[in-house]
Design a protein around this ligand. Structure first.
Ligand code: XMP
Length: 514
């Protein structure tokens, strides 16, 4: 079934994914594509509308990213240009763009001109918006009229006859409080969408798709991690083919305290998944023995995981499919206008699986953002305990124990980490942070306990706020809370006499310490 689709052309803005989320929040499906997608390819997708994103370039540059020459004539559906998108429209259709004396960045007030446009339907005549641009328009493109101004300069223009609407500001960011309404007006009043993208609909279609893909007898294997994505993917596939999916949940000895037992129970008893729990802790500890370098740890853990998974999967017999919880942000072909980025950490530790095992992939979440996965998960009856869980890296505590890994250190860190997480929940602030965890440092320091001098280990607490893990800020947790955690750790975890709180943001730090 063809959904109503909005196409977003990405010109490299850091907000492009936000545009997509704002569109989908309104129940309209959308796809992000690089700006150079051909006009024919766009038209072939039969979109209801096209959004041109912002971007860091200047349309006055010779090599500025552009749409194809025939784009405006060929598309035949409404267009919304945002920031760079507006300047591109202006430059392409007879307007003039020039570098501004200074870059405009931050809050601004916009006046909607009276009698104006569908884009600002039912909105007040004055709007708070967020601006971020270096160029400005000095002549309107042919046939366009200004529909809003900021300090007498047009900040929104339109050619309603051609269905082209442009805003200089960013309606997709939360600093534009009524931006959601502007996007809603574009979708529903201008593009005439109805909103046919709902969790229930998604589940129904995905279940049908999986059944068709796998056929009446095919068998499927799925690796569970205890996290949101793999769990939602597995439950979705279970809806489609039931016991023909075998899930494998490996204990690598680097999970949180009791996580293996508790999660396995939840998988079996609450979600009724066909799941095999494999406790391979000893195997992992043995390959990690003496390994100190973070990347070597990751490689060792990744390779061991593949071995174990492969061996277990072979026991199941005739399997042709592997379920993976890949999400949309992993799939979007990102536009790199500033050269390719270097690998800071090799995150995708199970990437080698399908190749080694010669399996075909089922990725039922590859069109979804994380918040949508949670909504789908809720509809599927997955408890909040899993859906609201913080992200947890594949190598687990392995990259939170600096230096070499031993079972004793793992146990010590599990105890400290458990206290931290328990108290976050007790204080009702677990949901306020993106990730929180304890790190065991490879140093000892002097302390005093009763009449005795101690020389013991240090635990660092890390808690960050973030929207996608790409950038992060250290969480301003209440001092009373930190005091409670510190006092519990030093009194309940033997071998730790010092607790510190990490106040570094990403960049320049990363979220994990290794
Ligand atoms: P960093 O430390 O790079 O982390 O700021 C960003 C996000 O990625 C997670 N992370 C990993 N996830 N395997 C994973 O599956 C890894 O090796 C890995 N390293 C970091 C990290 O927890 C954070 O959410």
């Amino acid at each position: 079934m063809q959904h109503e689709t909005i196409i977003i052309l990405d010109f490299g803005s850091q907000y492009t994914q936000l545009i997509a989320r704002r569109v989908r929040e309104q129940g309209v499906y959308c796809e992000i594509h690089p700006f150079h997608l051909s006009s024919d390819a766009i038209a072939a997708k039969r979109p209801m509308g096209v959004i041109l994103s912002g971007g860091p370039s200047s349309v006055t540059d010779e090599d500025a990213p552009r749409v194809e020459d025939d784009f405006y004539d060929k598309i035949g559906v409404p267009i919304l240009g945002i920031c760079y998108g507006m300047q591109l429209v202006a430059a392409d259709l007879g307007g003039a763009i020039e570098p501004a004396a200074r870059r405009e960045y931050g809050h601004a007030k916009v006046k909607v001109l009276s009698g104006a446009t569908a884009l600002f339907n039912e909105l007040p005549f004055e709007l708070d918006v967020w601006m971020s641009h270096g160029d400005h328009m000095t002549r309107l493109p042919d046939g366009f009229t200004p529909v809003a101004t900021s300090e007498d300069i047009p900040t929104a223009i339109e050619n309603a006859e051609r269905g082209i609407y442009c805003v200089q500001f960013h309606p997709e960011v939360s600093h534009t409080p009524l931006g959601k309404e502007i996007i809603r007006n574009f979708l529903f009043d201008i593009c005439k969408c109805k909103g046919d993208w709902t969790p229930a609909q998604f589940i129904k279609e995905e279940v049908d798709k999986i059944r068709e893909l796998v056929g009446p007898t095919g068998n499927v294997v799925c690796g569970l991690s205890g996290g949101v994505d793999s769990t939602v993917a597995a439950v979705l596939v279970h809806e489609a083919i039931g016991e023909r999916q075998t899930c494998i949940f490996v204990n690598n000895g680097l999970l949180r305290a009791d996580e293996f037992e508790d999660t396995l129970k939840l998988y079996k008893e609450h979600l009724h998944l066909n799941v095999i729990g494999v406790d391979a802790s000893a195997d992992f500890y043995s390959v990690l023995d003496g390994v100190v370098d973070p990347e070597l740890k990751r490689k060792a853990i990744g390779a061991k995981f593949i071995d174990i998974f492969d061996a277990e999967a072979k026991k199941i017999g005739d399997v042709k499919w592997l379920v993976q919880g890949t999400l949309y942000p992993d799939v979007i072909e990102s536009v790199s206008l500033r050269g390719s980025s270097v690998t800071i950490k090799s995150h995708h530790n199970v990437g080698g699986l399908p190749k080694k095992m010669d399996l075909k992939l089922i990725e039922p979440l590859r069109e979804l953002f994380k918040d949508e996965v949670r909504l789908i998960g809720k509809d599927l009856g997955i408890p909040d305990e899993i859906l609201q869980r913080h992200p947890f890296p594949g190598p687990g505590l392995g990259v939170r124990i600096l230096g070499d890994i031993t079972p004793e250190k793992v146990e010590l860190l599990q105890k400290a980490d458990r206290i931290f997480i328990e108290e976050l929940k007790n204080f009702g602030i677990y949901g306020d942070v993106w990730q929180a965890f304890a790190v065991l440092l490879p140093i000892q320091s002097v302390g005093v306990m009763g009449d005795f001098r101690t020389y013991e280990k240090t635990v660092a607490l890390r808690a960050v706020t973030s929207t996608d893990g790409m950038t992060a800020d250290w969480a301003r947790l209440p001092h009373d809370f930190l005091a409670a955690v510190s006092s519990r750790i030093t009194s309940e975890v033997r071998g730790v006499n010092r607790v510190v709180y990490d106040i570094s943001s990403k960049p320049p730090s990363t979220i994990e310490w290794e």
